[in-house]
Design a protein. Sequence first.
Length: 248
Amino acid sequence: MHDAPTTARAHPAPRTGPGDTAPHGVPAPRAGAQRVRILLADDHALVRRGVRLILDQEPDLQVIAEAGDGAEAVDRARTHDLDLAVLDITMPRLTGLQAARELAAVRPGLRILMLTMHDNEQYFFQALKAGACGYVLKSVADRDLVAACRAAMRDEPFLYPGAVTALIRTYLDRTHHAEEAPDRILTPREEEVLKLVAEGHSSKEIAGLLFISVKTVQRHRANLLHKLGLRDRLELTRYAIRAGLIEP
């Protein structure tokens, strides 16, 4: 499954001359070039530490801010000058998918990569819809992440081979059936409420976490059930799993 990743342009083959190419089979950065300023968000400190070691050893990449969840990542983006955000998908408070949409509003032009353990088509397509320009599996981060960061800064997509296969298959299916991609159904606030409901929080707890009234939470829940054609919390939870808002 984990073959060589795909970018919009093929990387040059490594050469033996000094300074010709950097590790990972990508062009070496020019001497004196400013390092790419990276925000790293993952809810596991050990993962952040390992990823930071991979990135900070590169001459053109530097992690300047870390976050333990999606909401904290958005806060960091407000206070730091960033070029690139590397986000885990499944995080508390805001998922990486939700955070990506928020970051697009807070920092227009910020490149976003998803770094995840999920080799999952649903997450992949949700990441594209959220504005991510790359999707990297944690299992091969030591091989792919640096190349993905550099591809993102060249405004090139970076996809692992399974994602490319899924993208082509979905495109062909839609072409065959003359289908259009569905519009987004839920508002960002409704997604926040749905995620917290699916995680088992009460209306009072959700109100406290989102700084809204209990009545507002109840109204959002009623709207969710109506919009999605669902009946209860269990069905909302199943929908949240399919939408990539929580892990199964």
